[in-house]
Ligand binder design. Sequence first.
Ligand SMILES: N[C@@H](CCC(=O)N[C@@H](CS)C(=O)NCC(=O)O)C(=O)O
Length: 185
Amino acid sequence: MQLFGSYTSPFVRHCRIVLLETQTPFEFMQTDYTQSAAGSPTQKVPYLHDGSTHLHDSASIIKYLRQQAGEEFCATAESFDLFCLVNAALDSTINLFLLENSGIDIANNPYLERQANRIESCLAALQERAAKGLSWDDAGIRLACFIEWAEYRKRLDFNAYPALQDWLSLAQQQDAFVQTQPPQS
Ligand SMILES: N[C@@H](CCC(=O)N[C@@H](CS)C(=O)NCC(=O)O)C(=O)O
């Protein structure tokens, strides 16, 4: 089994956590943008090859790995909704990060302003969900990967979201989370 990705991507990190948790042997194939453009129709990482099985999104990869291990992926609609909510925030945060890095002025564009507003409204909803208590399942893992990535890239300030900060502290006690931390420069 080969997982294609980078050590900084939060989506790839979640796959690596599940690979560790399920003790699935795999080869990590470090992949840059040129390679992912050739290797996946999404032109994104992660993607996974396991024999004739080719998967192109972290969600399908995680579902596959959990299934192989006889485990569940987002067992309830609420858990899957939380997973989707985190993805909405993460997708917008990454889009703004990549656009800004490519030299686009993200401050004066109505569509990009909507993406920034989406991040804020998702953070408020995530704070509310986290305050009620979370589990170390794929929704909770995705949330922790998002928070630590946003801090690592200095994209978001979590001071107004204490339950999200608390969730990150709890995640930092999980072995697989610690083992997959993005490289510190
Ligand atoms: N929905 C995808 C999102 C993956 C994604 O956005 N990956 C980023 C890296 S963190 C990427 O490869 N972006 C390249 C691009 O947008 O051109 C998943 O869950 O796998």
